[in-house]
Design a protein around this ligand. Structure first.
Ligand code: NDP
Length: 418
């Protein structure tokens, strides 16, 4: 979503044929920023399909304003509302998880994968196996089933373009460079709203406080992930799959100004950094235009107005989620799948007021430990396998939460408050 007040320049229409685009998760924060980039380049893009979970009114508005051909709502109960809202528009309407996955396979130049959480696994995988280029925001795909996604993309000749600002920065620095020359990659973290809080204060943090991110405006799940630093843990795993480095060669630094997003350390000591404003429209525009360079989609960076840029190591004592994610990466694909599932359940329980902020990481760690004796200790070999493993992780995590909280169960959150 958008941060900063500077006006964004509209760009003239391009002479070439518009790029056809499908947006999975069009009603969310990344979906909204994507629509903003598209609106800023009239004539450059044609929207084929848009999808959402249950927000039929907003989805219908988006479908009408973009001239999309197809609008799909995952929640069947919202079908009637969507159908009524689009009556007479000529836009095809469908509902259900399979319809979302089918929308992802319609022939287009690019699918923007912006569903939150493991609900994005099946449709994003369907787009990859259909051979469509992906702008990947839904990092949980790589955390839950990275080997599978990377393997399928390779087999189908598909480029996965990272939307995440840190990975997008690294992708732009690498730009075809041989990985032989790369010694390390650093991704930065703003540190979130609790960077300077004591552990005692964090233990009492409310959902409203966790949702107040100092730099980025994002959906609720990733905002809480940023507050625990689990987001950076998920991003380490994402970076491993995208760039092929082991956890040892992936570094996290806290950089509160959120201007330097990624750094590549080359053999011989050179360090290349990519800078940009904390505005997701910049990496999204890069993905939408790739391999061409995009027009300006966010406020231009004014280096003289920035002030000092600072970097510090993360405090793993107050933010253990990062270390838990590192350990899961070292343990393998089964563990990162369970990590992602457990984190979704724990974050939902925190947002529901059933779990303390500092308990989120503990639930994730305990779920992985319990799963180690219950699930096959190997990465998923099919998308169905990955989704089943995710379901098992959610089940164990829900039980774990229940064990910590007196009274009240924890529901599966894929259609819940996230
Ligand atoms: P939001 O919560 O803002 O939006 C999520 C989108 O997914 C909505 O369109 C929502 O529909 C849809 N959705 C939710 N559940 C389902 C489901 N079961 N089936 C189908 N669609 C569903 O999330 P964000 O935009 O913040 O994040 C999306 C992804 O991008 C996440 O993986 C996040 O980690 C990643 N990301 C986000 C960044 C950001 O700046 N926001 C930055 C980098 C990565 P509905 O509106 O109907 O609920």
């Amino acid at each position: 979503m958008v941060i900063g007040t500077a006006a964004v320049r509209n760009q003239p229409a391009r002479a070439s044929a518009p790029r056809r685009i499908t947006i999975l998760g069009a009603t969310g924060s990344i979906g909204t920023s994507t629509l903003d980039v598209i609106a800023g380049q009239p004539g450059a893009f044609a929207v084929e399909a848009v999808t959402a979970n249950a927000n039929a009114v907003r989805l219908a508005r988006i479908a009408r304003s973009t001239g999309a051909r197809h609008a799909v709502i995952a929640e069947p109960a919202a079908y009637r509302d969507l159908k009524e809202a689009l009556a007479g528009s000529g836009i095809e309407v469908a509902a259900g998880g399979e319809a979302v996955a089918a929308a992802a396979t319609r022939p287009v130049d690019l699918v923007v994968a912006a569903i939150v959480g493991s609900a994005g696994l099946a449709p994003t995988y369907a787009a990859v196996t259909a051979g469509t280029r992906i702008a990947l925001a839904n990092k949980e795909c790589l955390v839950s089933a990275g080997e599978l996604f990377v393997g399928a993309a390779r087999a189908a000749g598909v480029t996965i373009l990272p939307v995440d600002s840190e990975h997008n920065a690294v992708f732009q620095i690498l730009d075809g460079r041989s990985m032989e020359d790369v010694e390390r990659i650093t991704i930065t973290a703003s540190g979130g709203p609790f960077r300077q809080w004591t552990a005692e204060a964090m233990a009492r943090a409310t959902p409203a406080e966790a949702l107040k991110h100092p730099r980025w405006s994002m959906g609720p799940k990733i905002t809480v992930d940023s507050a625990t630093l689990m987001n950076k843990g998920l991003e380490l795993i994402e970076a491993h799959h995208l760039f092929g480095l082991t956890g040892q060669d992936l570094v996290v630094l806290v950089h509160p100004q959120a201007i330097v997003h990624g750094l590549v350390h080359l053999r011989g000591g050179a360090v290349l950094a990519a800078l940009g404003p904390p505005d997701m429209r910049a990496p999204i525009a890069h993905c939408l235009a790739w391999p061409a360079r995009s027009p300006l989609a966010a406020a231009a960076l004014d280096l003289t107005a920035l002030g000092p840029l600072t970097f510090e190591p993360p405090d793993l004592r107050r933010f253990p989620a990062l270390a838990i994610a590192r350990a899961a990466l070292a343990a393998g694909g089964w563990a990162t799948n369970i990590l992602s599932a457990a984190n979704e359940v724990a974050v939902a329980a925190f947002l529901d007021g059933r779990l303390g902020f500092l308990q989120i990481a503990g639930i994730v760690e305990e779920t992985i430990e319990r799963a180690a004796s219950l699930v096959p200790l190997r990465a998923a070999t099919s998308i169905e396998d990955a989704i089943a493993l995710d379901g098992e992780g959610r089940r164990i995590a829900a039980q774990t939460v229940l064990g910590r909280v007196s009274g009240g169960g924890v529901k599966d959150t894929r259609h819940g408050p996230l």
